[in-house]
Design a protein around this ligand. Sequence first.
Ligand code: ZN
Length: 282
Amino acid sequence: MKLANLAGRPVIVHGGRALDIATASKGAIDARVEVLSVLSLHAELRNLADRAADADWREFDPRELGRVSRPYKAIGVALNYRGHAEESNLPIPDEPSVFAKFASSVIGPFDSIVVPADCDKVDYEAEVVVVMGATGKDIPESDAWSYVAGVTAGQDISDRREQWRKPINQFTLPKSYDTFSPIGPYLVTLDEFADPDDIEVAGHVDDLEVQRGRTSELIFSVPELIAWLSRRVTFEPGDLIFTGTPAGCGVRRTPRLYLNDGMVVRTEVAGVGEMINSVVGG
Ligand code: ZN
């Protein structure tokens, strides 16, 4: 099942058309985007889709798609692909290294990434993003996927200058500026993937492919991340895990490639679709 936020309303998408969840449920399910990530509602959403009349499904303009989740928290994983650790000249970690991204930085799949005027080292990171679907603490690795609402695409945009400003490296603020966490276009449930532990992600800047990887290459798999993180924090429906980025970040390229006014960032996750975020400012 493909779920989306269409002009602020939760919808189910099938065959390029959208079913408004609140209308189809006659108000039994709220017209709030938060309902998309509530896993306990997914069986009812499937029922609505099965029962809906053909006329209830509407054509839509993808440009009206908004962010598929309004998370309490978004957690990023700093080094989770071997290639990215190697290009960063950092050792392969024994345990996850994580940081927070403010929920206020999350935007939709076709919204603009706004680079502040005084920032000239803003970088892209194409990522597979996991959307949590149930409340959980101390989640066993073997059960972790059963707490997940689905998967979407994401960009973990980063101000490298602020990230490495001396004397202390810090990740949270430089990855949390307004608009620095685009997600979308769809929240896709796990049954749509042949193997949820092997999902392909790719990133493009203008016409240049800059990144490509698969979650089967992750140093810490999604179940390992959920088990490890939930020993410390309680997950809630809608919480996001940015699972890490493959090799090819702008700061590791020669010459370096930073985001600037007029550029377009395309992020593709197989089975989810493509986000297109233009860059303004800088
Ligand atoms: Zn990242």
